[in-house]
Design a protein around this ligand. Sequence first.
Ligand SMILES: Cc1cc2nc3c(=O)[nH]c(=O)nc-3n(C[C@H](O)[C@H](O)[C@H](O)COP(=O)(O)O)c2cc1C
Length: 434
Amino acid sequence: MKDHFHLAWFLSQGYGPKTWRSAWPGSDSDLRRWMMPDLFIDLAKGLERGGFDYMIIEDSSMVPYTYKGSHDTYLKYAASTPKLDPAVLVSYLAPVTKHLGLVPTLSTSEYPPYLLARLVNTLDHVTEGRIGWNCVTSSNDGAAENYGHDAQRPHNERYDVADEFTDVVTRLWEAWEPDAVVLDRENHLFADGAKVHAINHEGKYFKVRGPLNAPRSPQGRVPICQAGGSPRGQAFAARWADTIITNAITVEAMKAFRAEVRRLAASYGRDPDSIKVLYLTYPIVDVTEEAARERRRLLAEEDGRHLDLNLSGLSRLTNIDFAQFDLDQPLPEGLTTNGHQSSLANWIGKTPRSLATGSRRQGFEVVGTPDSVASRMQDIVQETGGDGFLIFNTYFDRRYVMEICDGLVPELQRRGLTRKAYAHKLLRDNLLEF
Ligand SMILES: Cc1cc2nc3c(=O)[nH]c(=O)nc-3n(C[C@H](O)[C@H](O)[C@H](O)COP(=O)(O)O)c2cc1C
């Protein structure tokens, strides 16, 4: 049985407008100036108060138009667009926090590896070792069209590219030996050339000489976060990731996912205990069970009023226009996608209506008082042997931040389940603490 687990936060739909449809939207300046980092700074401070390991900033790189072949629904609801650059947000969150890990999403389908290695290395330097990389392969064809292609590469090949990409990036991060910078003023020796190495990579997809034009950062090899859910995605995650996140929603699926990525990691010669598997979770907490259930009911009612919002989301993830399906007929068995294969696999056999009213917050949902939600989280970790939870709420507001960070988390801490104080400076060390 595990006595401690990790908490992380998923900033779903990235650095974009959050509260504009909320009952607690904040001031007018919050609403109109959503691109300013204020709300995200309050979130980051709350997460640090609660001892969270890290915050992932989701990202994608297009105005989607998969649903009905038009971008109107996405723009109407600010659904997955607009989004500002997550790496820029990091530079605003870093100075107002001391311990929280900051994990921008940067895609192997869009960045050249050298540019990505350099950006992440720089962020790791300026945060003194608190950066992680949410390493994704892009899935929506709309993004491919912004980078000179007609469509995304085939699903499994995207992971082949990502394998080579991540190999290049991690070698660039380690191209300077830890003691390469000498800073000897007397002998005019800044860095020792013998300790800085070109990588001379010539592979199937990339050609990179190296070395990186910056010294090794505090973490050197920055922690990698990954969420591949398909068999190929899991193999990629097991090879490279330090923390793996999954949207499995049943205890059986969580158990199976964790067992498989740990088995695969061992087959790559890695210690499975060095990889932290977190479950995507949407807690709804309130002062009584009834109040929390009522909140859930109102959200479901709201979902029912905006089926097009949720259908557009399913379309974006799969590149399949869900407007073509009868709302009340199960999705056809033979449906395939070059997008999120693991998500589509979970949806086959269900009706679009049931998905659209239950999937706005994909992930495991838990509703109740801080006490009952904490109990449920404790049970899940015990039943699955999991390492913790990745909490999210796509449309969060400040009230929600407080409910989690000042309502739920203190109850988890009181039970001795999550940390009360950070033991380490580096994100990697905090991840490995338990
Ligand atoms: C919690 C979570 C966060 C994710 N964040 C991003 C993201 O920020 N950007 C992105 O393009 N994909 C993101 N993904 C998608 C995954 O990288 C992956 O493409 C998806 O889980 C499908 O994997 P599969 O094709 O191996 O089934 C995320 C997935 C999950 C479950």
